[in-house]
Design a protein around this ligand. Structure first.
Ligand code: ATP
Length: 314
């Protein structure tokens, strides 16, 4: 089994109690672990895969809380770092339609430094990049770029999720696009939402968007479409794989559950080329990942809602 190295942020989401989008009126918050790459690492290990998290938290009680959660989910945190800067915090309110309002206080996540000892461990393994905060600057961005280029040289399988957040990139969309392009060019697998696919390709039509990404070098493209399922595209075929019917309560983490489940399945194969060449296998993998995403929407929160192997098989 291959290891999956998940690189990026781990932070506290203070989620406003009593739903309603207006954060200025929120009185009480509950403390949750957040950060897409960290969610992905948990999704993988919950399904029996081997995942490692590479990110930075503050040397404070919130950092301790976050690392403990990952450890409880059996994620390898031996490469996680702690800094003197406070743990990154996000204050979030969500209304009944899933609309969000948030205030972001960026701390330790941006301070991740490059660890050259990991380079040899990437060989024949998987690197997953989630870019929500990484491309906002700080030494994390430089570290990210170093891992991207080093990861490639060591024959690793590269996966990328842009994790676009409208509020973080308002009026700077062109910068986001420019920063994401090298990741799309170097990745074997890219996962986009509908909005990300259109933004990063400059095409409204999804077939044309996939064409752009394939020309940039990505071999497998998955575009998640919520209750509509997922568009899967390779150089040889393109199809939409339906999701299962659920009654969603909270869609937070569905995309992370999806990509985590897909990577966990890919990690079971010694040769990526075999996965890529087998349409049926890839289709089944995406159908299973759809199921993981759907199950995650049935409960509140991200990590606590990720399915276990038993739930996924039932
Ligand atoms: P995120 O905001 O977490 O990054 P995303 O936009 O990338 O999420 P979604 O499309 O919301 O991802 O969800 C990922 C997958 O989960 C979908 O492709 C689908 O298979 C499944 N899923 C999500 N929402 C639903 C739903 N309401 N009903 C059924 N399946 C769903």
């Amino acid at each position: 089994m291959k290891k999956v190295f998940c690189i990026g942020e781990l932070l506290i989401d203070f989620v406003a109690e009593n739903q309603g989008k207006d954060l200025s009126k929120a009185k009480e918050f509950s403390k949750k672990a957040g950060g897409a790459p960290a969610n992905v690492s948990c999704a993988i290990s919950k399904l029996g895969g081997e995942s490692l998290f590479i990110g930075c938290v503050g040397d404070d009680p919130f950092g301790t809380f976050l690392l403990r959660i990952l450890e409880n989910e059996k994620v390898d945190i031996s490469s996680a770092q702690k800094s003197d800067t406070f743990t990154t915090l996000a204050f979030v309110s969500i209304d009944a339609d899933g609309e969000r309002d948030f205030v972001f206080s960026r701390g330790a996540d941006k301070e991740l430094t490059y660890d050259s000892s990991l380079k040899s461990r990437f060989e024949n393994n998987i690197l997953h990049f989630g870019a929500a905060t990484a491309l906002l600057g700080g030494s994390l961005e430089e570290t990210y770029n170093r891992y991207l280029f080093d990861g490639i040289t060591k024959n690793a399988f590269i996966s990328f999720d842009p994790n676009y957040r409208v509020d973080l990139w308002k009026n700077k969309e062109d910068v986001f696009i420019r920063k994401c392009h090298p990741y799309i060019e170097k990745s074997h697998l890219c996962k986009f939402s509908l909005e990300e696919a259109q933004l990063l390709s400059g095409k409204d039509n999804l077939d044309e968007a996939c064409q752009v990404f394939h020309e940039m070098g990505t071999q497998i493209i998955v575009i998640t479409l919520g209750s509509e399922g997922t568009l899967l595209s390779t150089a040889n075929f393109s199809k939409t794989i339906p999701s299962i019917k659920v009654t969603p309560k909270d869609t937070t983490g569905a995309g992370d559950a999806f990509i985590g489940c897909l990577l966990q399945q890919i990690s079971q194969h010694s040769k990526f080329e075999n996965v890529l060449a087998d349409e049926k296998l890839l289709t089944n993998m995406v159908a299973r990942a759809n199921k993981a995403g759907a199950i995650t929407t049935e409960n509140f929160g991200a990590i606590e809602s990720l399915p276990t192997l038993q739930q996924l098989d039932s």
